[in-house]
Design a protein around this ligand. Structure first.
Ligand SMILES: [Zn+2]
Length: 370
């Protein structure tokens, strides 16, 4: 980019959300192509197969089913890309969680000009709308971000599926979405260039802020709706916050230490059973500590996290009684070159990350006893 100080915002051209929306997948996909490869893991195929097959064939879209291997790795991207090429697909549809969708986006990119549809069945991350994928190593550690020319052509969220999933998914999505505003405001204050390629616009910053406000207002209600497996206006609003508001907010405002520390946490095998947003939530607390956030703000974060059931202590993500070397290893990964931790308005060292993790943990444990 030759121009300095350019503001930029990117987004998918179409976002569809509603109970039963998966039944309209074919109708929407038919506007993008005639030959679709659909990628979903075995468990997801178990409950979407009937609706997806009926919907696509009803709309005259040829369908090739692929079973997702479970991790968005380069090897898996290459495998699915070869299958899509062999099928002569002009649309790739990723259905399921963030990693299946990231793989579908990467396949779309590898094949050049085919359309990409992202159809999350859970509201567990803000991956579905973005023009990037998180690539993992075969052992499940964060490897790199991969950036694409464009966002998915269509994002379709069936909230009946979101409500039908275990509530841990939407709660984890709230952890991912909660970080968005805290990271956005840091990037704006420090004049950082976001993933979208420019400085934040007022629009993307407003979406990040609205994401936070929506969670504060409706998060606890949405958790209860998800536990009862019912679709309510609160569940719809939080699904949108987790998916659309957080997705546009982070991509066009920027990530910071919360996600950098999340990526650092992935080097510890102890946390591999945890979901993305649960680890991000620990990163958010550490970021707030790094920033020297006022007590009120820490308390707001803790009150919300506890009300929706997000982890706030290291023990809650499997890192109880960590030794300092363990935390320093996380700190080194969190401050590796190119990490979004460096979007903080001051230099961050591995020692500072370790200290912030310890301080955040102590504060959260003290808060829990109040
Ligand atoms: Zn995230």
């Amino acid at each position: 980019m030759k121009t300095v100080g350019t503001r930029m915002m990117i987004s998918p051209p179409k976002y569809v959300q509603g109970a039963g929306a998966m039944n309209d997948l074919g109708e929407h996909a038919a506007r993008l192509g005639t030959n679709a490869v659909v990628l979903a893991d075995k468990g997801v195929w178990g409950f979407v197969d009937t609706a997806v097959t009926a919907s696509l064939s009803g709309a005259g879209v040829k369908l090739t089913k692929e079973v997702f291997g479970g991790l968005c790795t380069q090897k898996e991207i290459d495998r699915v890309a070869a299958a899509a090429r062999a099928a002569g697909a002009d649309v790739i549809i990723g259905i399921g969680g963030g990693t299946a969708i990231d793989t579908a986006k990467a396949v779309g990119h590898a094949l050049g000009d085919i359309a990409v549809v992202s159809a999350p069945t859970v509201a567990s991350t803000d991956a579905p709308t973005s023009a990037l994928a998180v690539i993992y190593t075969e052992s499940g550690a964060f490897e790199r971000y991969s950036f694409f020319q464009r966002n998915p052509n269509l994002v379709l969220v069936d909230t009946a599926l979101v409500a039908g999933a275990p509530s841990r998914f939407i709660v984890s999505g709230m952890g991912d979405a909660l970080a968005t505003w805290y990271e956005a405001r840091v990037c704006v204050a420090a004049n950082r260039v976001a993933m979208a390629g420019g400085l934040a616009t007022e629009a993307s910053l407003a979406l990040a802020r609205l994401c936070w406000e929506t969670l504060m207002e409706y998060g606890p209600q949405a958790r209860l709706a998800a536990e009862a497996h019912v679709v309510t206006p609160a569940l719809e609003k939080v699904t949108e916050a987790n998916t659309l508001l957080s997705g546009l907010g982070f991509e066009s405002c920027g990530l910071a230490a919360a996600h950098g520390i999340h990526n650092g946490l992935t080097v510890s095998h102890k946390v591999h059973g945890m979901m993305h947003g649960e680890k991000v939530n620990i990163g958010t607390l550490a970021q707030l500590v790094l920033e020297g956030a006022p007590t009120d703000e820490l308390d707001t974060y803790l009150r919300f996290s506890r009300a929706v059931g997000l982890p706030t202590t290291l023990a809650e993500i499997g890192l109880g009684d960590p030794d300092r070397e363990e935390l320093l290893a996380i700190g080194r990964a969190a401050t590796a070159e190119g990490e979004t931790t460096h979007n903080m308005p001051f230099p961050v060292t591995p020692e500072m990350v370790a200290d912030a993790l310890i301080a955040g943990d102590s504060y959260a444990r003290a808060y829990a006893k109040r």
